[in-house]
Write a protein that binds this ligand. Structure first.
Ligand code: AMP
Ligand code: ZN
Length: 471
């Protein structure tokens, strides 16, 4: 597979270190609030990547952390503690907040058909591992104590900025956040590995350490949790593009200092979901959740479909109009698949199967071109192959796409048979339209169809008869 690697800024052939096996790490959510649909865009695309690798025969082990300590609002060492902020907002303890939003996150993932990684590890469960790695970094001369905290010394590295061409003077973390710079730091880019002394006197979770009672910085958790489960070498590391700096940059710095060699070969970054007013973010307080989409009548899988229609390395603009378009397209697709579910019979047409399967796999092999993979679904429907061949292909594609296409199509047929939920006015217009068609008055039939769609229903003729779909 050709995959864009943010570390080399090139599309490269993806070659795992050990033939046939992939070690994959994903930065998990910070569980102080619901995941927003922007976060979930990243997890959907990572899920597709994992499933595609598995689909092409690789044995993937995927690990994800849960950030329940240490993440500050700045992504660096300034700002408020996100978990504490969440706990105060809801007048609960940090651990209560963490449990509630971890469960909520996986409930959302389930609705979006995002597979749970093989290992999920909360940061608070690995404090001893962090202490062990930090101690070793101090011993090796890569970390120092200043003002009560332990810092990573970026001045010890030949190369620190991996993903972009930052200059020290552009970094200006303090300036960006409107807070004072930390005068304990030897270099501007140094970052905290362990806080023992900080402005968070009311920090709820604290642990004993060789440097006093305190708590870990955010970045150390991903290095440690990855190495704990996947060893000294990592094939593939994923996250949203905002994680590239400082989070992933710091992960590389401390992991390579600790193991003494290169650590991760491929970096996969998903670009942002934006609204017209900018990036969707939890901290702004204004964000959309899966539950909200459901309340507004959108199936979570319509959102998944919406994400698949664009490339992960482009920003995606969310608007209700865009989501409505995705919903319409998805419903039409399901309506096209529906008749196949009752026709399927006959032998698989091997040649056609292979041709269409190749198209699908090569789309995803090309830096995960999900939009083209969706086009392959239409190619299947257009093909002259029999229904068994088409259904077999759609079921296989769905192992990666995760859209429940065939299942949804079956339910759609059942619902189409059951007209009891459809308002009487709509049914009346449907009957008038049938009569108009019988009399070959197609102008009137079209007019009636428009009236029906204005009432939120689509009516169409299929081999099975008239179908009425709620839009
Ligand atoms: P967090 O819960 O803030 O730690 O973020 C969880 C994941 O969502 C990380 O991989 C982030 O990089 C990613 N992320 C955050 N905001 C967005 C966004 N607007 N669009 C896509 N991914 C995002
Ligand atoms: Zn991480």
């Amino acid at each position: 597979m050709q995959l864009y690697n943010s570390a080399t800024r090139k599309k490269e052939e993806f070659i795992p270190r050990e033939a046939g096996k992939v070690s994959m790490y994903t930065c998990g959510p910070t569980v102080y609030h619901f995941a927003h649909i922007g976060n979930l865009r990243s997890y959907i695309m990572e899920d597709i990547l994992e499933k595609h690798l598995r689909f092409t025969g690789l044995d993937v082990k995927r690990v994800m952390n849960i950030t329940d300590v240490g993440h500050l609002t700045s992504d660096g060492d300034t700002g408020d503690d996100k978990m504490l902020k969440g706990a105060k907002r809801e007048k609960k303890t940090v651990m209560e907040i963490a449990k509630f939003y971890t469960d909520a996150f996986f409930a959302d993932c389930a609705k979006l058909n995002i597979k749970t990684p093989d290992v999920v590890e909360p940061a608070t469960g690995c404090i001893d591992d962090f202490i062990c790695v930090i101690s070793s970094l101090i011993e090796k001369g890569y970390a120092y104590e200043a003002g009560g905290n332990i810092y990573f010394d970026t001045g010890k590295l030949d190369k620190y900025y991996i993903f972009n061409d930052f200059k020290e003077e552009d970094l200006a973390v303090g300036v960006r956040e409107g807070v004072e710079e930390d005068s304990n730091k030897r270099n501007k880019a140094d970052f905290v590995l362990w806080f023992t002394k900080s402005k968070f006197d009311d920090q709820e979770l604290k642990w004993d350490s060789p440097w006093g009672v305190g708590y870990p910085g955010w970045h150390i958790e991903c290095s440690c949790i990855s190495m704990k489960h996947l060893g000294e070498y990592l094939d593939l590391h994923c996250g949203g593009i905002d994680n590239a700096f400082p989070h992933h940059t710091n992960e590389i710095a401390q992991s390579e200092a600790y193991v003494g060699h290169e650590w991760c070969n491929y970096w996969f970054h998903v670009h942002h979901l934006n609204t017209n007013s900018g990036k969707m973010s939890k901290s702004s307080g204004e964000f959309l959740t899966v539950s909200l989409l459901e309340e507004k009548g959108y199936s979570p899988l319509v959102y998944r479909f919406f994400c698949l229609q664009s490339h992960y390395r482009k920003n995606l603009v969310f608007s209700w109009d865009n989501l409505d378009n995705a919903k319409l397209t998805f419903n039409k697709l399901i309506a096209k698949i529906a008749p196949l579910t009752t026709e399927a019979a006959g032998e698989i047409d091997k040649a056609e199967y292979d041709r269409l399967m190749n198209g699908f796999v090569s789309a995803l092999d090309n830096d995960l071109n999900t939009a083209l993979a969706v086009t392959s679904v239409y190619d299947v429907l257009k093909s002259t192959a029999n229904a068994s061949t088409k259904l077999a292909l759609l079921n296989e594609f769905d192992k990666v796409l995760g859209l429940d296409m065939v299942e949804t199509a079956k339910k759609f047929l059942e619902a189409a048979d059951d007209t009891s939920d459809i308002p009487a006015e709509v049914m009346e217009l449907v009957e008038q339209r049938k009569a108009a068609r019988k009399e070959k008055n197609f102008a009137l039939a079209d007019e009636l169809r428009d009236k029906i769609s204005a009432m939120g229903y689509e009516v169409k003729e299929t081999r099975q008869g008239t179908e009425i779909i709620k839009l």
